[in-house]
Design a protein. Structure first.
Length: 428
């Protein structure tokens, strides 16, 4: 205990410089040794740990920062592989030093109803801990979210919303669309205004909740230190897209309802193909059959470019990251609407962190992070001819310029977790 007091005294005396950082690390280590956590934070939401969806990457990165601040993090996520009858307490496991519990993914209508309104799983986990400082709900279903909020208020526990999306019109039958609309509206317009504070992913959301304590935390990415670019001198410009751009299994009636406009990227590349420009475009996340099933109108250009565009389907996250790192550019094209302005593309941060510049559109807060010609290029999908000219130029960039761009990305520290740790102090 005396050691801890002395360390704190030193920290107060050294408000700046390397010494402060070193002592903070030692203080954190002492807390772990003596199990002197500031308290437990329950992090609950639809994430599939450790890395099965974008949500998992976000909450893991946030949790690591909260741990550095001295808190113990307990996750309650989802798992599509466990039996629905399994007691949540028996799902406990350790993931990267964090305790995690899993809720089974709902299948039947009854299970979905319980998923939307019940907090039984939450209560069972909460009963295991007596020092809960805060509960963070990640894009949580509104009715259950409100019940958790009331529980926290009654028990004097901070309730925090981690808000990364604001979806508009969705695909599906009319019942699903109505349910999705009311769930989103209740969470975004009412419940989020009742929480103690918010972690949001964009300035758009921070401005919307301007009367609440809120911090902007984009996708932050932990990465291994690299001194050199992994760049391989590809014979032709190598582009990549990784993700699921739209809902699969059903024809897409309105293209602008797609999350990512992969169709526009393919159309622009087709114009380059017709001009005789060589390139290779690798698509991970969906198969050729799945794409054509959703957008059969694109069959002709897909078939014409069979030696230029390659669909690979789903791969593990680790495989995809290794493949991305060897590309010249990643492509991420989105329409400008409330959904894309409120969110932040995980794909952008991951690509930059892997040393790959991004060809993208001006959505979210990307104008704050993309340096034209350094770590990517902006295109304006409203100006078709101009976009085609930009694509021609990008595909014609020489190897040395591509190498310089990739090295610039690797040196970029914007999305490193350490740059965001002080922001979390504001909401706790």
């Amino acid at each position: 205990m005396l050691i801890l007091v002395r360390r704190k005294k030193c920290l107060n005396m050294n408000r700046h410089g390397v010494l402060k950082e070193e002592l903070q690390q030692q203080l954190s280590g002492i807390r772990r040794i003596f199990n002197m956590s500031k308290g437990t934070i329950i992090y609950i939401g639809g994430f599939e740990l450790p890395d099965k969806n974008a949500a998992a990457h976000r909450v893991m990165s946030n949790a690591k920062l909260l741990r550095k601040l001295g808190y113990s993090i307990v996750f309650i996520g989802i798992d599509k592989d466990i039996n629905t009858s399994k007691n949540i307490i028996n799902t406990r496991q350790e993931i990267e030093g964090f305790t995690s519990y899993q809720v089974p993914y709902p299948r039947s209508n009854k299970q979905w109803f319980n998923h939307l309104v019940s907090i039984d799983h939450f209560l069972k986990v909460v009963e295991m801990y007596n020092n809960i400082e805060a509960v963070i709900c990640y894009n949580y279903q509104s009715l259950a979210f409100e019940k958790i909020r009331k529980y926290c208020r009654k028990n004097k526990i901070k309730i925090i919303s981690d808000c990364t999306e604001w979806y508009g019109k969705s695909e599906g039958n009319i019942a699903f669309r109505i349910l999705k609309y009311f769930d989103t509206a209740l969470r975004m317009k009412i419940i989020n205004n009742r929480v103690d504070s918010l972690i949001v992913v964009s300035k758009y959301l921070r401005n919307y909740y301007k009367n609440k304590p809120a911090i902007v935390i984009p996708t932050i990415v932990s990465r291994k230190k690299q001194s050199k670019s992994k760049y391989i001198e590809n014979e032709v410009t190598k582009l990549i897209y990784a993700g699921v751009p739209f809902r699969l299994g059903k024809r897409l009636k309105k293209r602008n309802s797609a999350k990512d406009r992969l169709d526009i990227a393919i159309k622009l590349l087709y114009q380059s193909y017709k001009k005789g420009i060589k390139f290779r475009f690798d698509i991970y996340g969906i198969t050729k059959k799945q794409y054509i099933e959703v957008l059969p109108e694109d069959t002709f250009i897909i078939e014409k470019m069979e030696n230029y565009i390659f669909f690979h389907g789903r791969r593990t996250n680790r495989e995809v990251q290794n493949i991305i790192s060897n590309a010249d550019f990643s492509i991420l094209i989105r329409d400008e609407n409330r959904t894309t302005m409120a969110g932040f593309p995980t794909k952008f941060a991951e690509s930059i962190s892997l040393g790959v510049p991004v060809i993208t559109t001006k959505t979210s807060d990307l104008v704050d992070y993309l340096v034209e010609g350094k770590n990517g290029f902006f295109i304006d999908i409203k100006k078709e001819n101009r976009d085609e000219d930009i694509f021609f130029k990008i595909l014609s960039i020489d190897k040395e310029s591509k190498r310089e761009m990739k090295e610039y990305c690797l040196k970029e520290k914007t999305f490193d977790p350490e740059n965001w740790i002080d922001d979390f102090r504001y909401i706790l």
